[in-house]
Design a protein around this ligand. Structure first.
Ligand SMILES: Nc1ncnc2c1ncn2[C@@H]1O[C@H](COP(=O)(O)OP(=O)(O)OP(=O)(O)O)[C@@H](O)[C@H]1O
Ligand SMILES: [Mg+2]
Length: 324
């Protein structure tokens, strides 16, 4: 049941979306602000507040109504359904847009898994292939593949975690080892587990008419020594999804499959001539609302449950639920 337009429109009004979090939230711990999430660490516990900010091409562009709630709940959903396969950092979800997690020691790389020859940014596998590269992060790619085509098999293309403000870099696993970022045995084990997790995600998504195209996992070492999934999992911010029916049409007609991820916002930006440099175009409310619709649709399609938005003003609600 899609959220109605009136509700989306009023949720797009100033003050109704969560952009900045005031400094009194720092009673929750030492703050680290990402582009989208605010993290507070204290005494082995981390509070992750998922704001409504949207980022693309490594820049923050504004807010999308209910985006934080959708992402936080989707992460919760996926952490629950995958916990048997891979342990994770989640402890509790005290607010629709906040999660309490175990503070871990992050492994300094992103485990990117890709199933399709796609992407719009200059670092995407499609752009590399289009330029003529037939090796991507150490994986050989056959000739003759079309844009959006399924890769012969899912591949892991690790990426280094760049310091804040810099772009991450895709590298081969040999390069990871050369830089001493991870032990080969550990990497091989994590690579195998990531492929298994991704295949499981693809299977569940397929059962709901969706294609999990690619994703990014982050891992950390819990105080117990165990390696767990940290950050977020299979959310539209960390993953690309397509509607399965639109994929068939797109491959037939040579168009783009319909996506329910932030690709919509990325495409709008590219149409404005923005690919990451120069001033950020202001997202019109129509675009913010359409993006919100797609996030809500993503939630409902993937979970099979109606999205019931919490419409209380977010900062006040978070103060109450987090005891600030
Ligand atoms: N349980 C955890 N323990 C320790 N670190 C974590 C945990 N969960 C997530 N992190 C790390 O905290 C940071 C969260 O940052 P966040 O994702 O908000 O911003 P970012 O990664 O710097 O930038 P971006 O907005 O592009 O994602 C990441 O480096 C992530 O790896
Ligand atoms: Mg991050």
């Amino acid at each position: 049941m899609p959220v109605d337009d009136e509700l989306l429109r009023s949720a797009a009004a100033p003050g109704q979306t969560l952009d900045e979090l005031p400094s009194d939230f720092e009673v929750l711990g030492t703050r680290y602000s990402g582009k989208v999430r605010e993290n507070f660490s204290h005494d082995g516990q981390r509070t992750i507040v998922v704001t409504d900010r949207v980022s693309a091409f490594d820049r923050v562009l504004g807010t999308i109504p209910f985006k934080g709630q959708v992402l936080n709940r989707l992460a919760e959903h996926w952490f629950r359904v995958t916990e048997q396969l891979f342990p994770n950092h989640m402890r509790a979800v005290p607010d629709p847009q906040a999660m309490l997690v175990t503070e871990c020691r992050p492994i300094p790389l992103e485990v990117v898994v890709r199933g399709y020859l796609t992407g719009v940014s200059s670092t995407s596998v499609w752009r590399a292939y289009e330029r003529g590269d037939r090796s991507f992060c150490g994986h050989a790619l056959p000739d003759g593949l079309r844009k959006h085509e399924r890769l012969p098999e899912n591949i892991v293309t690790p990426s280094t975690k760049a310091p804040k403000g810099e772009h991450d870099e895709s590298v081969s696993k040999d390069e990871l080892f050369r830089r001493g970022l991870i032990e080969p045995e550990l990497f091989d084990r994590l690579e195998a587990q990531a492929l298994e997790l991704f295949a499981f995600g693809q299977k569940l998504a397929a059962e709901r008419g969706m294609i999990l195209v690619d994703t990014k996992y982050e891992l950390g070492r819990a105080p117990s020594g165990e390696i767990v999934l940290i950050d977020e999992i299979h959310t539209p911010d960390s993953s690309r999804y397509w509607y399965a029916d639109s994929y068939v049409e797109a491959m037939r007609d040579g168009t783009d499959p319909r996506s329910i991820d932030k690709e919509y916002v990325r495409r709008w930006l590219v149409a404005q001539g923005f690919t990451g440099d120069g001033p950020v175009p202001t997202l019109p409310d129509e675009v913010r609302i359409e993006a919100a619709r797609r996030y809500v649709e993503a939630y409902e399609q993937l979970t099979g449950e109606a999205f019931v938005p919490d419409t209380q003003p977010p900062v006040e609600r978070l103060r109450m639920n987090l005891g600030v």
